[in-house]
Design a protein around this ligand. Sequence first.
Ligand code: UGA
Length: 438
Amino acid sequence: MKICIIGTGYIGLTEGLCFADLGHNVNCYDIAKDKIEKLQKGIPTLYEDGLEEMLKRNLERKSINFTTNLKEALKSSEVVFICVNTPPNPKDGSADLTALIQATKDIASNMENKFVLVVRSTVPVGTNKIVKNLAQKTNSNLQFTMASNPEFSKQGTAIKDFLNPDRIIVGVSDENTKSAMEQVYKPLTDKGSPILFTSVETAELIKYASNAFLAIKITFINEIADICEKTGANIDEISKAMGLDKRINPYFLQAGPGIGGSCFPKDSIALYNIGKKLGLDMELILASSESNKKRKKRMAKKIIEASNTKLKNKKIALLGLAFKANTDDTRFSPALDIIKQLHKNKIYVNAYDPKGIEKCKSMLDKKYLKTTNFFDNVYDAIKGSEILVIDTEWEEFKKLDYKKVYELLNQKVIVDLRNILDKNEIEKIGFKYICIGK
Ligand code: UGA
C-alpha cells in the first residue's frame, strides 16, 4: 500500500521503516529540514537498534522516501499516519495537541485523494473526533475516514516490538476503514499477530490504560523495594516469585531508580487529567505519578548517604544518562534528577553514557552543565571520582573491568541503581556495594 507518515520521531521513523520492510511504499514527512536531509542521506537521526541498516536498505530499494514537501508526501497515499509528539502541557501535564492540530490542518489542506487518516500519536479519548471535525472544517471536499491505531513499541526494541506485536489495536467506525487497516497489517497478521478492532474511543483509551497500568506496576515494585531495604528482604527474589504467578507475570517488575522516558510519566499524568476533566478522581494514577517523581529525586540522597566521606565539592562518576538502556533518549531520565539534586548539594558529576550524552547536555540548564563533565570513555569518567553510580542498565556496564575500576576510584563504593552487578563478585574485589531493595 501507499503509506504516508507525518513526523519522523522515534515512532514515525522506526515504524515508517518497518512498514517499508513489510513491503509497503512509504513517504515520510517532517517539518524539520535538517532531519529530513540527514535521513535522505541514510544518516539516522536517533539511536535505535537495527535502524541504520534498515534505513540504508530501504533507501537503496527506494521503498521509503523522506521529504519536507507535504503535497509530495501525501500524493496518492491510501493511509496517512499522524506520528507527531503530544508532549505534556507545562501547566497541568495534559497532552499538548498543538503539533497534532497543525498536522491535521496541513494534511487537510494538501491532500487531493481519498484516504484513511490514522492517529498513531498517543492522544486523550475523544481526540480522533476533534481531528475529524477539524479536517472537515479545513477542507470540506476532503474524502477521508478515520482510524485510531495506538502504538505499543518500547524504545530500544521498537523495531522488534513493531514486527512481533503482542497485539495490534485499531479503532474504526466503518467496514471500509477496517479493510484498509487489515491490508496495512496483513504481513503481520498473516504471521499470527493478533489484531483487535474496537471503537475509536476504546482504542484511544487502551493506550493510556496500558501505559498507566505498567507505570503503576513498576511504582509498586519500587515501593516494595523500599520496604526490602529497611527489613533485609530481597527485591529481586520477590519480583521473581511474584512473576511466577501467571496472573502477575514477570514483566515490568524490575525495581530501579524510577520511571523515565517520554511515555509513562507523561501518559500517567495525562490520564489523570482526562479523568479530572470528566469529574473523576483518578487517585491511584496520581499517587503512582507522585511516588515516581519523588523516587527519582530521592536517588541523590541514596548516593550521598552511600559515600564514606562528605561529597561536597567532590565528584562522583555517573554511568548511564539515557532513561533506560539501548536508547539515546534522556527525557524524564532519573539521571537528570540525580544531576540536579547533586548540584544543589554542590557535588560534581563525571557523566558517561554510550549514546545519551548529546541529548542529556541539551536538556540541562547552563548551571548544571557547570557542575557536570561529560566523558567519551567510561574509565576516564571514573578516574579520580569518589564513588561510582550506575543509573542505566547498559550491557557495557555489566562487563567493565571492576578490578581496574577499583584502582581508579577514590572511595571503593558502587551504587547500583539497576541491580545489574553480582553483589558477591563486587564485594570480593573489595567494594562497598549499595543497590536497590537488597
Ligand atoms: C513505553 C511502553 O512500554 C510502550 O509499550 C509504549 O509504546 C511506549 O511507552 C509509548 O507510549 O510510546 P518506553 O517508554 O520506550 O515504552 O520504555 P519502557 O521499556 O516501557 O520503560 C519505561 C520506564 O520504566 C524506563 O525508565 C524503564 O527503566 C522503567 N522500567 C521498566 C523499570 O524501572 N522497571 C521495569 O521492570 C520496566
